[in-house]
Design a protein around this ligand. Structure first.
Ligand code: PLP
Length: 395
């Protein structure tokens, strides 16, 4: 299946490059560098060696036998991105972009972060490559994900609090873009999801596709066939695209992306772009956005900072339109329920983001064909979320 981007950076009608004139040159420089690095055997060898020796890839595929007993009738395997260095899939992308930044001769990296996982992953790679690092983070997210703020500082990064707007990921991206416009000669902006202006969605997808390439081979080796269904949570959309992409041509493999249903779609307090959004432009790309009739960005809500963003990566908008991927939601309560269920049945504390994927699966399981083989992307571990989960229990 051809998904793009085309030479204008479009995935069908979606994607593109809607940025101020000053960012056109750095984006073009980045596009050319990415194309060169993809062809450069030395770059690819260093990337693969770093993923193996530093990140700990391949991450395992785990058969979730006790969870299966609870959900009944289906087979469940988990792709364990929680076991990658720094505890989430985000490191796959930051290792790639860090090497790309060094290849372009940049001495400084900046990033935005919501859950803090991407900020930690960027700070980690900056330390390893000896680069300066600044991470923009909304003040609300800093409070929700305090352990990750400490981790970034210990890794030598400057964490810049963002107090504008809703003090979450959207506002952090605005500030990071401002920094990049001013400092792009020396600085590479490590965007953390399959979002933003071309070529970012393609770069992030390429670096994350290692998840699906490994999972496909591991699943075939373990089960002897391909899975029937892939499930992943969708914030900006990088762990899901990373899992889905290498399976897109496997016609028998269904795919479900799970967005944050927050307090329920009817409440208006959610981050489900495909349930309540419409096509529009945010942060340089044309995609599905939560906005009002005048194009003002609507406030979002999710228990998980990593899913709490008003736009979805443009390739997801295209895959949905093609009917290749289906998009569903899980509420805060369903994610919390799945968090506890996984902890008790499998001994795994999942991040609240992938707990949404499991929350949807738990609700949908009775309607799935008996014996369905399901592969869930466990995109990160839940250490960062334990305080928040306990606070919810006490509330
Ligand atoms: C563990 C984890 N999973 C998922 C996400 C959502 O991002 P994406 O949709 O880009 O994978 C995040 C974002 O911070 C995260 O930390």
């Amino acid at each position: 299946m051809r998904t793009g981007p085309d030479d204008r950076g479009r995935y069908g009608a979606y994607g593109g490059r809607f940025v101020p004139e000053t960012l056109m040159a750095p984006l073009q420089e980045l596009e050319e560098a990415h194309a060169s690095c993809r062809r450069d055997p030395a770059f690819q060898a260093e990337l693969n060696a770093t993923l193996r020796d530093f990140v700990g890839r391949p991450t395992p595929l785990t058969h979730a036998a006790r969870l299966e007993e609870q959900l009944g009738r289906i087979r469940i395997h988990l792709k364990r991105e929680d076991l990658a260095h720094t505890g989430a899939h985000k490191i796959n992308n930051t290792v790639g972009q860090g090497l790309l930044a060094r290849w372009m001769g940049k001495r400084r990296v900046i990033a935005e972060t919501g859950a803090g996982q991407h900020g930690v992953a960027t700070a980690t790679v900056a330390a390893r490559l000896g680069m300066d690092c600044a991470v923009y983070m909304g003040e609300d997210d800093m409070a929700r994900q305090a352990p990750n703020v400490l981790r970034m500082r210990l890794l030598g990064a400057e964490v810049v609090p963002v107090s504008s707007g809703t003090r979450t990921l959207k506002d952090a991206i605005n500030e990071a873009m401002r920094d990049w416009v001013t400092n792009c000669r020396t600085t590479h902006y490590v965007l953390g999801s399959a979002l933003g202006a071309h070529p970012y969605p393609a770069i992030v997808r390429d670096f994350q596709s290692v998840i699906g390439r490994e999972a496909r081979a591991q699943y075939l080796a373990a089960v002897g066939s391909l899975p029937d269904l892939l499930v992943a949570c969708v914030g900006g959309g990088s762990n899901s695209l990373g899992l889905f992409h290498p399976f897109l041509d496997d016609a028998g493999v269904e795919m479900v992306g799970v967005e944050a249903g927050g307090l329920g779609i009817g409440s208006g307090r959610h981050a489900a772009r495909f349930s309540g959004g419409s096509p529009g432009v945010l942060h340089g790309t044309f995609t599905y956005v939560l906005q009002d009739g005048d194009g003002n960005i609507r406030g979002t809500h999710s228990i998980s900072a990593g899913l709490d963003y008003p736009a979805v990566g443009p390739e997801h908008a295209f895959l949905r339109e093609q009917g290749r991927v289906r998009y569903e939601i899980a509420t805060d309560a369903e994610a919390l329920g799945a968090f506890h269920l996984l902890a008790r049945t499998e001994g795994i504390l999942a991040a609240l983001e992938p707990a949404h994927a499991l929350g949807w699966l738990r609700r949908a399981a009775p309607g799935l064909r008996e014996g369905s083989r399901v592969l869930v992307n466990l995109s990160g571990r839940g250490d960062k979320d334990v305080d928040q989960v306990l606070a919810q229990e006490e509330a």
